[in-house]
Design a protein around this ligand. Sequence first.
Ligand code: AMP
Ligand code: TRP
Length: 327
Amino acid sequence: MKTRVFSGMQPSGNLHIGNYLGALRNWVRIQHDYECIFCIVDLHAITLYQDPAELRAKIEEIAALYLAAGIDPKACAIMVQSAVPAHAELAWMLTCVTPVGWLERMTQYKAKGAKQESVSDGLLQYPVLMAADILLYQAGIVPVGEDQAQHLELTRDIAQRFNSLYGDTFVVPGTSLPAVGARVMGLDDPTQKMSKSAGAAGHAVALLDSPDKIRKTIIRATTDSNPAVDFETAGAGVLNLLTIYQAFAGTSDEEMKARFTGMRYGELKKQVTDMVVASLGPFQQRYREITGDPGYLREVLTEGAGRVAPIANDTVGLVKERMGLFR
Ligand code: AMP
Ligand code: TRP
């Protein structure tokens, strides 16, 4: 049997090149090597308030972006988290074996919580729900960006704790990070990771941005006080632009040095812009084709949930058995 892969994205904000380089692109690369499930995690999105009409539209938008990126719905299951109730059910059972202290230590919880006047219990439970997503399907590999590495460590801790309390039940999953692009930084502020919720103009390149908007965002990107590229002394902003180029172009470290050493920042930004625009063009074209047929999208999502539900239900049945719950 092929190893199972599970990953997901939240239907909130606009997907950007960090999401693409950190996660989505790698899903496409491995989709035929494993049995893959790619989820739209709407239950995670509501840990912060979402406008209902916008959330509904976002779910389909993310599904279309998965397809536009090249995820093949025949090879992979593309599904919405809330369409399979077992996600929430298993999350509760895992909540009961997870010490609160583990959750309070999560850096994403601390960062998101600090921005809220009042923090929902859901925001604290967020990583337990994520653990449920993964353990429900006995996934062996979880391809994500670097910001999710801590949540995956917690997932392993939860799986091991459950296994030691109740007997071997869950596969303990591994994390898969891309070699280049695991952490794309904000173009306006290279000390912060590029994020869907940071609304400032100039922060991110969204996957659906026009060439003109992409050009304007990259031209304004923060660099450093050097006059030209010097790999030894480059600041975080310049390194981030180089990373974006390298990740899209697939260039080796040596080629990067040969090509960019001594290049002035105006020219560097032009080359990064051209690379990003050229890479996103075909993707945006496919997105327009896919969204022209909303019936097709719904079909893909219904079929995806139907395909994975039996696996999820088997796991919940096993967990109930192990814990002594009523069956
Ligand atoms: P999210 O936007 O939180 O739903 O994240 C979806 C996926 O994109 C996860 O695998 C993240 O680790 C990844 N990701 C998010 N932001 C970045 C970033 N700035 N650089 C690389 N990967 C990212
Ligand atoms: N928390 C992840 C993020 O924000 C999204 C996510 C939810 C996820 N469940 C998952 C990623 C399971 C991988 C596996 O990026």
